[in-house]
Design a protein around this ligand. Structure first.
Ligand SMILES: [Zn+2]
Length: 185
């Protein structure tokens, strides 16, 4: 995906799982702290040009009336009343015209970090590729044995290490489901 047209998101605290998933797909995504008020979350969304994702109908309606007052696109706040990642992504991608195909890598390829620039699921910072030798003491032995490529979060306070383990198959399968559902619509 083109970095320049990739939307930024802010999700309310209930959407932690979706937020992390969006980060792995390369979307710059803030997960709002649970003690922030709706008005504060909306303020951050406006200031940082992020699309608000909420499953709170009231919050959504307030956000819509604020967007209208300010002459901003209604797509800057999305009402996503689902509990499941696949349904959530179908709705978000449909509204924003995002093609799920651009995230689906070929089976056996270990390069979702090259197809799209994943961000750290924990802290939203960018990842860089690192030499195995430099992080080998921080990863489980079987991952060190079975994987060749590793990436690390660039946030010094986080430093989470990534490799294309089993869960990436699950991510890929979810994206394929999203694509099928969108095609059938
Ligand atoms: Zn991180």
């Amino acid at each position: 995906m083109n970095e320049n047209i990739s939307p930024l998101f802010i999700v309310d605290a209930m959407f932690g799982k979706l937020g992390k998933f969006l980060r792995l797909l390369g979307f710059d995504t803030e997960i709002a702290n649970s003690d922030l008020k709706d008005s504060q979350i909306f303020e951050i969304a406006l200031k940082t040009n992020r699309i608000l994702i909420t499953r709170d109908k009231k919050f959504y309606e307030t956000a819509q009336s604020q967007l209208k007052k300010r002459n901003l696109s209604p797509n800057m706040a999305l009402f996503i009343p689902f509990q499941e990642i696949v349904e959530e992504l179908v709705e978000i991608f449909s509204i924003l015209g995002i093609d799920p195909e651009s995230f689906i890598w070929k089976e056996g390829e270990d390069i979702p970090f090259q197809s799209f620039q994943s961000r750290c699921s924990m802290c939203n910072h960018e990842l860089i590729i690192v030499e195995k030798i430099s992080i080998i003491e921080k990863i489980p032995l079987n991952s060190a044995t079975n994987f060749m490529k590793f990436w690390q979060c660039t946030n010094d306070n986080c430093g989470k290490i990534y490799w294309i383990g089993r869960h990436w198959e699950d991510i890929r399968n979810k994206l394929i489901k999203v694509k099928r559902i969108m095609q059938d619509r």
